[in-house]
Design a protein around this ligand. Structure first.
Ligand SMILES: NC(=O)c1ccc[n+]([C@@H]2O[C@H](COP(=O)([O-])OP(=O)(O)OC[C@H]3O[C@@H](n4cnc5c(N)ncnc54)[C@H](O)[C@@H]3O)[C@@H](O)[C@H]2O)c1
Length: 374
């Protein structure tokens, strides 16, 4: 198959969909890979590394889209890219169709096959191509929170790990899923006194088994949250209710019960946030202060560490991309139900329920027929 890797053109996006190691895997299996000039620069990969792995470099994004049977990207295509996408071209990337009607309509009109990272789903309901970014954001939340606790950044002036003779800082984590677990590990590793809350008792049991002794598990409810925020130094919002807006766990009025300089990192801000006063911020201006409380609410945290994020993402996407390249998307999706769940739009038809519902479009459910006819 001919694979194209364009340079991401969305603002501040430095990740790339295929590393030189991924290119070597592809070319080793007889596939041709075309990478746009400087596509990997933001993630630390030079054109020469891609060439050494067997890729050819193309100067323009137009050339990459024109030649490729499968486009591998990171972010959803933006307006300038809509017209470059061709009928029958396979596009494997994050799409998030339910948040953009213009993108949905453009991809329906294009006749392309849109396989969305975010809806590739395992039997147990987990989303293997979202997990790596949650892992990155969870680990970063503690790093960013620890930094924001410094006095020059308007934090309480607390060193999370303490020092001999001085107690460590206190970290409260709301939500014990992927983000929360990674945050707990990092905070515990720094020596902080950590409490992690979830509404799922089975999940709390698992966490109590796997996390170190300086992490306490606690049932998430308003009473417990109100008690714990009073002397927490860093509070991390890491909740998710699949397919819904994040539940509101900390209200504006509750800020008054916190100590001045407490830091709030609302990782769930991309789903509306679980802290009432959090609104999305950017890496250029990540924090703001309300009632003496520092708020960090960056909606695309992994974007700040493109090298790690690219490797984490491509570790997860490459096995699926290889199946698509080796077998073609119809056979790959027929044989692997996880990949089939990623099919959102093909040949002008919507194949994913969430997308059809979001924009009141007809849902094509005859997937077997779809897979054999196309
Ligand atoms: N800001 C960013 O850059 C960024 C990056 C990655 C993920 N995220 C977001 O982080 C959030 C968490 O993602 P995840 O992968 O950890 O999800 P997850 O599904 O693995 O975990 C969510 C956890 O929240 C728990 N939960 C639900 N309601 C709760 C409540 N009221 N109190 C306490 N716990 C509750 C669930 O039981 C679950 O264990 C999501 O909103 C995700 O979109 C943001």
């Amino acid at each position: 198959m001919i694979i194209g890797v364009p340079k991401e053109i969305k603002n501040n996006e430095n990740r790339v969909a295929l590393t030189p190691a991924g290119v070597a895997e592809m070319t080793g299996r007889g596939h041709e890979v075309y990478v746009q000039h400087n596509a990997g620069t933001g993630s630390g990969f030079s054109d020469d590394e891609y060439i050494a792995a067997g890729a050819a470099i193309l100067d323009s994004i137009e050339e990459v889209y024109a030649i490729a049977e499968m486009i591998m990207k990171v972010k959803e295509p933006i307006k300038q890219e809509y017209s470059l996408i061709k009928k029958d071209q396979l596009v494997f990337t994050y799409f998030h169709f339910a948040s953009s009607e213009p993108l949905t309509m453009a991809m329906i009109e294009s006749g392309a096959v849109c396989l969305a990272y975010e809806t590739v789903e395992k039997k147990d309901g987990s989303l293997p191509l979202l997990i790596p970014m949650s892992e990155v954001a969870g680990r970063m939340s503690v790093q960013e929170g620890a930094k924001s606790l410094e006095k020059p950044l308007k934090g309480r002036g607390v060193l999370l790990g303490g020092v001999p003779g001085v107690p460590p800082g206190k970290v409260l984590i709301l939500g014990g899923g992927v983000v929360g677990t990674q945050a707990a590990k990092m905070a515990a590793g720094l020596g902080a006194q950590v409490t992690i809350m979830d509404i799922s008792l089975p999940r709390l049991r698992q966490l109590a088994d796997i996390l170190p002794a300086n992490v306490t598990t606690m049932m998430s409810n308003t009473y417990n949250i109100r008690t714990m925020i009073k002397d927490a130094d860093l509070i991390i919002g890491a909740v998710l209710i699949p397919g819904a807006k994040a539940p509101l766990l900390i209200t504006r009025e509750m800020l008054k019960e916190m100590r001045p300089g407490t830091v709030l990192v609302d990782v769930a801000v991309d789903q509306g946030g679980c802290i009432e006063t959090c609104t999305p911020t950017t890496h250029e201006n990540p924090t703001f202060i309300i009632d003496d409380i520092v708020h960090y609410c960056v909606a695309n945290m992994p974007g700040a560490v493109p090298y790690t994020s690219t490797l984490a993402l491509t570790n997860a996407t490459l096995p699926y991309a290889l199946q698509l390249a080796d077998k073609g998307w119809q056979t790959a999706c027929r044989e692997n139900k996880e990949l089939e769940k990623g099919l959102n739009i093909a040949n002008g038809k919507v194949l994913y329920k969430g997308v059809a519902e979001a924009w009141s479009l007809p849902l094509n459910e005859v997937l077997e027929e779809e897979l054999s006819v196309l």
